[in-house]
Unconditional design. Structure first.
Length: 310
């Protein structure tokens, strides 16, 4: 990244202190954990480079929120510099059984010291160990919301299987909501599997008829029906390929960047959401202007903004 300008009146986002720097009795509002999964990806990917790229892209943004005439003062979030945000660094070699165990331990430790854990992927295989690590003993009442063009119900162990694996681990399919499922990006077999498991599926076209904020509010009710913690998977390939060219499986006709950002903010604003992940961005395949990674970085800021609204 080119050298950024310096303006003392224009602070930059990112560059947050390490989780280990918290005082013993201090907790954070948001803890970032890099989970650079990539070895089981169904598509060639350099997704393991993305956590570092997101951290770098965060420096392009400020922590300031602008006044919105359509929102009352009491409803506005404060600038992000009032929040305590920490970074737990990256999990080393997070793929495979031993790697997933390391991910589980890392996110459990971060969750114990923060209100929300946000995992920076990596391909979508990170969703399984991140969710289980944060949920811990709450798996039986937990819920899952995915923003994804794909079901991720494939057999085997890959970035196409985390939802199936979570259900096999004990997650109730009736508390899974999948938003953005797209035509021509899935098989009839997995659509039938989703129905058999009781998953609520929101087709991408439904988002043409309903605001993303309304859909997400409904998803929170379904995923949180048992009162347990909710994990939100933000698979950036749910977006239109014009705004997410760095996602190997993004397709033309996906959702807009604004819709993904709105969902990220809504996730942060819900007290039921304990963890969020960002998945499927390959920083090495991004457009020259870095638009996909920059969108992922904005989702970090949107989740933090939502936390400020709690």
């Amino acid at each position: 990244m080119a050298k950024l300008s310096h303006d003392p009146l224009w602070p930059r986002a990112g560059g947050w202190p390490a989780l280990a720097d918290l005082e013993p009795d201090e907790t954070a509002d948001l803890a970032l954990v890099g989970v650079p999964t990539w070895r089981t990806s169904l598509s060639p990917t350099g997704a393991h480079t993305t956590p570092a790229a997101i951290r770098e892209a965060l420096r392009r943004y400020s922590p300031a929120l602008m006044p919105d005439r359509g929102v009352g003062p009491r409803e506005e979030a404060e600038d992000l510099d009032v929040l305590t945000i920490v970074d737990a660094g990256d999990v080393d070699e997070p793929d495979g059984p031993e790697g997933e165990a390391r991910v589980g331990d890392a996110v459990a430790a971060a969750s114990a010291r923060s209100s929300v854990v946000m995992a920076l992927g990596g391909d979508n295989s990170l969703t399984m160990p991140v969710a289980l690590g944060v949920w811990g003993d709450w798996l039986a009442t937990a819920g899952l919301i995915t923003l994804d063009a794909h079901y991720d119900l494939r057999d085997g162990v890959s970035n196409g299987s985390p939802v199936r694996r979570l259900i096999e681990a004990g997650l109730d399919g009736r508390r899974v909501v999948q938003i953005g499922i797209a035509d021509f990006a899935n098989s009839r077999h997995y659509a039938d599997r989703a129905e058999e498991l009781g998953i609520t599926v929101v087709h991408r076209d439904e988002l043409q008829r309903r605001p993303i904020t309304d859909v997400f509010a409904e998803a929170l009710e379904i995923a949180g029906a048992a009162g347990g913690p909710i994990h939100v998977d933000l698979d950036v390939d749910v977006c239109d390929r014009s705004v997410a060219p760095g996602c190997p499986a993004s397709v033309p006709g996906g959702i807009s960047a604004w819709e993904l950002r709105a969902a990220a903010r809504a996730a942060g604003a819900s007290a039921a959401v304990s963890s969020v992940d960002l998945a499927e961005v390959d920083a090495t395949a991004d457009a020259p202007d870095g638009r996909t990674v920059r969108l992922a970085a904005l989702c970090v800021l949107e989740v933090a903004t939502g936390i400020g609204l709690r």
